[in-house]
Structures are given as structure tokens and as C-alpha cells.
Design a protein around this ligand. Structure first.
Ligand SMILES: [Cu+2]
Length: 506
């Protein structure tokens, strides 16, 4: 195990309040046998989380996500309803699993709208006893429409989210709850869906299709229920036993030899890092979180940290079986039960022996991306983790600039329309995927162990992994006044304090 320093004295004072702390009782610590002072030994054996994991059926035909029906009846408007409520899912042949769902399904229905559209979505929160919100992850929506924790929708209540999709905003976004203190649980219980904004003039050939592959992470007890999170989950982020694609384990897709497919990959897990490769098929990256790149880039592998998306064109030029699999990635793990990252097959593609009809080529240029330019302001955000034992148990803090999230506190004041440099410094022992609401940013550099590197290409991003010991520099600009959240997208870390508010002023 990676042994860490414990701050015993004075830690409670350094943390800003009980909301920021995970209070762990000793009797919850049965799976923490490698903690200093707890006895036991370190190891990479599977911890309590994976014992008795139920086997899920594999190899069913891949289900495309069902579309959310547009009730507007006229062009230029997307109007629909989303209801968050308890539901059941059939992961095991003979057992119902209680989940939370949007319109009865998980992942939620796929929202497809076009640049220039007005969007009006009536949200009904029918989760008993829990506030919720819908956050439009990555989308350029006004602050008061973005489902911030400051704007909860009470249990049983309704509200309408309304916003316009500007020209140039085509991209692979998603939606999920963001209520204070409940985001992690509502997401792992099933609340997440994809929101694809389509371009009016799309350079990618329509013959490639357009398929969302949404990865979620399921932990299932033998009785078909989803167990509550453990202390290990709170520290590392909750990692499940099964990575699902559109709700299915290792589903199957059949394609003709020579076919190319446009695939939008979403990491909608709470905390699972997905380092992905396609065996027997060639991947080309064409887009990031906020839409197309300037030109296609061939890739042997991809790292998708929680909440990131990538748009791919995959060429199936060899007959037989092509598989999307995971590779090992060490993102920093505390205690026992580090999940087996490598060797998971997420999707199996059967490629026919006879060639299908010829496919049009991918254009060499996709769209221009203008660099955001010289920043007028620079800021530094330092991510740290703290832990301590006290009389009631263990206290953990996930902090930004030494502070845990406080809804009443503005951490940064920014000016609308002004370009800023943000330096995200990770001094912690785990990777933390950084997410900023309300805009897309451009990463301009990384630094780790004194080594500085520039990204290989310009891309619009709303989430970027900051590896432990790494500094990521990004350029950002908020266009509209109002409060915006920034946080770690390991949702348990966000919930334990690794979040702040930037107040954008006119
Ligand atoms: Cu984190």
C-alpha cells in the first residue's frame, strides 16, 4: 500500500466543518486492515467490494440508448420531460435491482438536439426524501439553469430548465444530478444520461452512424441490491464490480468488414479510470468533451477519467473479433481492494468475413479551433488530501487551496469575457479529474517531476485528469455572470469537499 502521512494534530481546525468530513466509525472499518495502526497487511488482493460479486450475462446485442422524444412539434425547439424516480433494472436473470432512473431507465434517455435549438426540459424530482438537480455537464447554459447545488429541486417538486444551444456548441455532453451531499449516490444508483448536440453541418460522414457508448460502474450484491458505499469507497471513490456499456455487460455489435463507426465514449462512472484500447480495429480520435478536434488523430489507446468523453471513428478492416478492452492504469489507490483495471472486455464486435459497402473517407480537416489566447489573470488551485484519527473515528478532507467546499463561500471572483490561466496543482496521492462548469477550456501544458509537456493538439475540454504530483495548465473564459462550480469528478471526493465556487461578474 502507498503509505501516507497522517496529520493528527490540528486537522479538525484546518477543515471547515462537518459537511466536509467523512466521519468513520471504527465498526465500519472492517475492510481497512492495511491502515497504519490497524494491523493487517498491504496487498492488491480484491477487497470486500468484490467478494461474492454476482455474474452478469454477457454478449447480448448492444442496445442503442433510446431517444428522449421531442414534444415541441416545431423546428428550433426541443421540449421534453425528465422524471427522476425509483425504478428497477434486471441485471440478473431472476432478480430485480432497485435503482434510480430518469424516465424509468438507466442510463437515462439520450437527448439529441441541434446547434441553434432552444431547450426546455421539465424536471420532476420523484425521489422520496431527497433533493436533486439536473446538471448539464459541459454545456454552455446560464448559471441559474445549470443544476448547481445552490438550486435544489426538493423531493416531489418540479422545475423547468431552459437554455439555448449556440452555434458551434455541437459536442458530447451529459446530464446528471448535482444536489449537495447526494450526487455520488444518486449517480451510482443510476441517474446519468447523454446529451448530444449535433452540428447543422457535420463533416463526419453520416454513413459512419453515431453511437453513444455510456460506461457506468455497477456493484451488485448477491441479492440483486446495490450495497451502500464503504469507507474505502469514500476515500478512493466508488468503483463497482462491472463496467457496463449502455447498461449491459460486454454487449455485442455486428459490423461488416471495412465498416467505420462513429462512437462517442462516455465515462459516466463515479470513480473508475478507463484506459482503453481496441484489439483488431483502428481508432481515430475525432472529438473531445466539447466537440470535434481540428483534424483526426490516430490513437492506440485512450485514457478516459471519470466524466471525460471522447469521440472516435473506429475502422473494422479485419474479419473476426474486435474487442474494446481495458489496460492497467495506476491512479493512486489507498488501502486494499484496488480494482483489477486491466483485461476487462467492455464491448465485442463481430466483423464479417465479407466486405460491406465502401465507406466515404474521413475528411482531413474537421473544424477550426481558435486558441483562447493570452490570459489577463492567472490562478493556482492546489489539491490535497488530509486524514486524521480522532475520538469519533477517522476524518478525511479533500481540499482545494486548503479549504473544503462551503456553499456560502465564493472562492474565486472572475470577470465575464476575461481570459484566465488556471494552474491545477495536484499535491495529493491520487489522481483527481478536474471539472469546471459553464464553459469549455483548453489545456496548454502539463508538468510532472520537472518535466513540462504540451498537449499534442488543441481540444475543447470540460474535464481533465490531473495525475498525482502533476500540474495541469488550462486557459478558460466564462461568458456569463453567475456562480459556477469547479470540482474533482470523483464524485465521492467532490462530496467530501473537493469543490469550489467561481463567481463570474459582469
Ligand atoms: Cu478526486
Amino acid at each position: 500500500m502507498h503509505r501516507r502521512g497522517f496529520l493528527v494534530a490540528g486537522l479538525a481546525a484546518a477543515l471547515s466543518g462537518p459537511r466536509a468530513l467523512a466521519q468513520m466509525k471504527m465498526d465500519d472499518m472492517s475492510n481497512m486492515d492495511s491502515m497504519p495502526g490497524m494491523g493487517g497487511h498491504a496487498g492488491h488482493d480484491m477487497g470486500a467490494m468484490s467478494q461474492g460479486a454476482a455474474a452478469l450475462p454477457e454478449g447480448e446485442a448492444l442496445r442503442e440508448l433510446p431517444l428522449l422524444a421531442n414534444e415541441a412539434g416545431r423546428p428550433g425547439l426541443f421540449k421534453a420531460k425528465l422524471t427522476a424516480a425509483p425504478a428497477t433494472a434486471r441485471f440478473l436473470a431472476d432478480q430485480d435491482t432497485p435503482i434510480l432512473a430518469y424516465n424509468g431507465i438507466s442510463p437515462g434517455p439520450l437527448i439529441e438536439a441541434y446547434e441553434g435549438d432552444r431547450v426546455e426540459i421539465a424536471f420532476a424530482n420523484r425521489i422520496e426524501g431527497e433533493p436533486s438537480t439536473i446538471h448539464w455537464h459541459g454545456m454552455p447554459v446560464p448559471p441559474d439553469q445549470d443544476g448547481n447545488p445552490m438550486d435544489p429541486v426538493a423531493a416531489g417538486a418540479d422545475r423547468v430548465y431552459a437554455f439555448d444551444l449556440p452555434e458551434g456548441s455541437a459536442g458530447s455532453y451529459w446530464y446528471h444530478p448535482h444536489p449537495h451531499g447526494r450526487t455520488a449516490e444518486q449517480v451510482y444508483r443510476g441517474l446519468a444520461g447523454a446529451f448530444v448536440v449535433k452540428a447543422n453541418a457535420d463533416p463526419v460522414p453520416a454513413a459512419y452512424g453515431d453511437t453513444v457508448l455510456m460506461f457506468t460502474d455497477l456493484r451488485l450484491a448477491a441479492d440483486g441490491s446495490m450495497p451502500d458505499s464503504t469507507m474505502n469507497d469514500l476515500m478512493n471513490g466508488r468503483v463497482g464490480d462491472h463496467v457496463l456499456v449502455n447498461g449491459q455487460k460486454n454487449p455485442k455489435l455486428a459490423v461488416a468488414m471495412g465498416q467505420r463507426r462513429r462512437l462517442r465514449l462516455y465515462n459516466a462512472t463515479n470513480a473508475r479510470f478507463l484506459r482503453l484500447a481496441f484489439a483488431n480495429a483502428a481508432m481515430t480520435v475525432i472529438g473531445s468533451d466539447g466537440g470535434l478536434l481540428e483534424k483526426p488523430v490516430a490513437a492506440d489507446e485512450i485514457l478516459l477519467s471519470p466524466a471525460e468523453r471522447v469521440e472516435l471513428v473506429v475502422a473494422f478492416d479485419r474479419p473476426g473479433r474486435a474487442t474494446l478492452t481495458t489496460l492497467d492504469y495506476d491512479r493512486g489507490w489507498m488501502g486494499p481492494g484496488r480494482p483489477a483495471d486491466a483485461g476487462l472486455t467492455l464491448l465485442t464486435v463481430d466483423v464479417s468475413a465479407t466486405a460491406g459497402q465502401a465507406m466515404p473517407p474521413l475528411p482531413e480537416r474537421l473544424r477550426p479551433i481558435a486558441p483562447l489566447g493570452q490570459p489577463a489573470v492567472s490562478r493556482r488551485l492546489v489539491f490535497t488530501e488530509t486524514m486524521a484519527m480522532n475520538a469519533t473515528g477517522m476524518e478525511m478532507g479533500f481540499l482545494i487551496n486548503g479549504k473544503a467546499f462551503d456553499m456560502e463561500r465564493v472562492d474565486i471572483v472572475a470577470r465575464a469575457g476575461e481570459t484566465e490561466l488556471w494552474e491545477i496543482v495536484n499535491l495529493a496521492d491520487m489522481d483527481h479529474p478536474f471539472h469546471l462548469h459553464g464553459t469549455q477550456f483548453q489545456v496548454i501544458g502539463r508538468e510532472r517531476g520537472g518535466k513540462v509537456s504540451k498537449p499534442p493538439y488543441l481540444a475543447w475540454k470540460d474535464t481533465v485528469n490531473v495525475a498525482r504530483g502533476e500540474t495541469v495548465r488550462l486557459i478558460t473564459r466564462q461568458e456569463r455572470p453567475g456562480p459556477r462550480m469547479y470540482h474533482c469528478h470523483i464524485l465521492e471526493h467532490e462530496q467530501l469537499g473537493m469543490m469550489g465556487i467561481v463567481d463570474v461578474r459582469a
